[in-house]
Ligand binder design. Structure first.
Ligand code: FES
Ligand SMILES: [Fe+2]
Length: 396
């Protein structure tokens, strides 16, 4: 029997090769430790500056795993800040809409206390009846917030253990070479799934399943040896990592994709064609590079577009998957067609993934198996579980 070369296991022996306990996906106790030792401590991406492009714009991000909802606001001074979306009077939300814009002040709808975009309480309604309450002591409760390359991150610790840039480490330099200028939010999907948050991510952390599960969709845009997909690269950077997807030797898009690609970027063709770096530009490992920023954020880079995933645990067996695509602005009907085609092209394999996630989650609870397995090409999925487990055990 021949054995495939263990490219990644040999390069990263510290990741091990043992089976993975199923309990990590099903145990409420383990999930509680993930909440406290991962989500309450690590930097979390909550969105992009393009969700609040003008001063006074804001959006709300629910973080159910840590029992809060955050208000992210673009201050009149140009700075982005994050606060718990909670009025200091009796706890009502200050922003009621998922997204909005204000002229510099937000008024609580319950009894009208007013806050400015720096979180300062500037008006207490019926102030004479609150003799002991000082405005300067009752602003919104701030959360650490930093912006990198347009991506907004928060940290829920009282004092973060490191800055966002230190947390990202070499990943910041690598991804930072991608030219993020000139994109606009093109579409988003939000999927509420009955699945553990790691199971959901594991399907995005390996391309090996493409020729199987995505036989009719994405498989044509990747290189397959026999029936086996081999990553162009898997690289680990601390808790983070990247996979590069190999372009096929020759790529014939289906006729509609070919038509769409005449008008714009982002068709299945972008998955199928590798771009070489120019100058100091971004160095593609494959035709499509998928970065995983621990614990729950993905940035997918392709020629002419990028997209992001945020996976938000709701319970040990429930997660929300947010997908956002960023494309160049559309100016013609043809470009609109290309973009819409691309959007649907992404949706279909996502649905194939979702269907599988929920079946896996349901079955893992059966107790029929105590362990699951990851092979060499599933190194990045193993790496996520290892990173989480190291945090849970107080080692990272
Ligand atoms: S709860 Fe906000 S003003 Fe009363
Ligand atoms: Fe998939």
């Amino acid at each position: 029997m021949s054995t495939a070369p263990r490219r990644f296991t040999e390069r990263y022996p510290e990741e091990g090769s043992d089976p993975i306990p199923v309990e990590r996906y099903t145990s409420p106790d383990y999930f509680a430790l993930e909440r406290d030792r991962v989500f309450r401590r690590k930097w979390l991406n909550v969105g992009h500056v393009l969700q609040a492009p003008k001063p006074g714009d804001y959006f709300v991000q629910e973080l159910k795993i840590v029992d809060t909802s955050l208000l992210i606001i673009h201050g009149k001074d140009g700075r982005y800040r994050a606060f718990h979306n909670m009025c200091s009077h009796r706890g009502a939300p200050v922003a009621w809409d998922a997204q909005g814009s204000c002229r510099g002040y937000l008024a609580c709808r319950f009894h009208g206390w007013v806050y400015d975009t720096t979180g300062k309480l500037v008006q207490i309604s019926d102030a004479a009846n609150f003799p002991g309450v000082k405005a300067e002591e009752n602003g919104l409760t701030a959360v650490h917030c930093e912006v990198w390359k347009g991506f907004i991150f928060v940290n829920l610790a009282k004092e973060p253990e490191e800055s966002l840039l230190d947390y990202l480490g070499p990943v910041a330099d690598e991804i930072g070479r991608f030219d993020f200028e000139g994109f606009t939010p093109a579409f988003s999907y939000r999927i509420d799934e009955a699945v553990n948050w790691k199971t959901l991510q594991e399907a995005q952390l390996e391309g090996w399943h493409l020729p199987y599960l995505h036989e009719k969709t994405l498989a044509r845009a990747v290189k397959v040896d026999g029936n086996q997909y081999r990553h162009a690269a898997i690289e680990l950077y601390g808790l983070h990592g990247v996979l590069g997807s190999p372009p096929p030797d020759s790529f014939t898009p289906p006729p509609t994709a070919l038509l769409a690609s005449r008008f714009g970027t982002g068709t299945v063709q972008a998955f199928g064609t590798k771009t070489e770096a120019e100058g100091d530009g971004y160095r593609f490992r494959g035709s499509f590079d998928f970065w995983h920023i621990f614990p729950n954020f993905f940035v997918g880079l392709l020629n002419g577009l990028f997209f992001t995933f945020n996976i938000w645990p709701q319970a040990v067996d429930r997660s929300i998957w947010e997908i956002k695509g960023y494309y160049p602005p559309v100016k013609t009907a043809g470009e609109l067609f290309a973009r819409e085609y691309s959007k649907v092209g992404l949706r279909d394999p996502m649905m194939e993934d979702c269907f599988t996630h929920e079946l896996i989650c349901a079955q893992l609870k059966s107790g029929a198996k105590s362990h699951i397995h990851f092979q060499d090409e599933e190194m990045l999925a193993r790496h996520l579980g290892n990173g989480v487990d190291r945090c849970v055990r107080g080692l990272a």
